[in-house]
Design a protein around this ligand. Structure first.
Ligand code: T5A
Length: 206
């Protein structure tokens, strides 16, 4: 059986990752692709519990603990869901993966991209995305979208402008360094145009 593909969706908070993942899942299903939509942190029970912990604005979580918690959630997701699904020929659309930790903890929290990359090599056993869709939006516009949903901002969304600016520039650098895997999509477009751009970016895999 042919191994499934791991497609990750990345970008700042409010960029429209979940909206695109849902539309893309429907579009791939219509093309007879067996696809599962998962999110990080989360996707399996242990990782969902870590999600509650790591997003809680009432908790004090240091930068290193934060990187380790995201990596722990990811390790469990890889072992319990991603590897079995991919081995079974299923495509996975994953809302955030290692690039989120590189950008948010490596750059945003200033832990260093290479240190966080090494931590995640261990966590994932070296699993890599076949393609990454990077949704690009100005941090302020992304935050305005998140705020408009009326949920209270979580621990990371509540960080200041300079944090989100560091995350945005790290994403741009990662994309620049790996143009084959990471495809940039303008996230200020209407959802249907974003879907068309995403399908075009997956054309060679389909
Ligand atoms: N994190 C995560 C780390 O720091 N390190 C890590 O390793 C990982 C994995 C996760 C938080 O954890 C951090 C990053 C995050 O801060 P989350 O709740 O999963 O928390 O946060 P996000 O992934 O950012 O999810 P959001 O729901 O906030 O944003 P999305 O999924 O990008 O956006 P979406 O689709 O929910 O849309 C947001 C709003 O915009 C509208 C939608 O209707 C919605 O109201 N919208 C659009 N509006 C106009 N045009 C479009 N094209 C639109 N697309 C969506």
């Amino acid at each position: 059986m042919e191994r499934g593909r791991l497609i990750t969706i990345e970008g700042l908070d409010g960029a429209g990752k979940t909206t695109l993942a849902t539309a893309l899942s429907d579009a791939l299903t219509a093309r007879a692709v067996d696809v599962r939509q998962l999110r990080e942190p989360g996707g399996v029970q242990t990782a969902e519990r870590i999600r509650e912990l790591v997003k809680d604005p009432a908790l004090q979580v240091g930068a290193r603990a934060e990187a380790l918690l995201y990596a722990a959630a990811r390790a469990q997701l890889v072992e319990e869901a991603l590897e079995p699904l991919l081995s079974g020929g299923v495509w996975v659309l994953l809302d955030r993966f290692v690039d989120s930790s590189l950008a948010y903890q490596g750059a945003g929290r200033s832990l260093g991209i290479e240190a966080v990359r090494r931590l995640n090599e261990f966590a994932t056993g070296g699993l890599r995305a076949d393609r990454t869709l990077l949704l690009e939006i100005d941090p302020a516009r992304g935050r305005a979208r998140s705020r408009a949903r009326r949920d209270p901002l979580d621990r990371i969304e509540a960080e200041g402008e300079s944090f989100h600016a560091r995350v945005a520039s790290a994403y741009a650098e990662l994309a620049h360094a790996d143009t084959q895997r990471i495809r940039r999509i303008d996230a200020t477009q209407a959802p249907e145009h974003m879907l068309a751009a995403a399908l075009a970016a997956l054309g060679d895999l389909l």
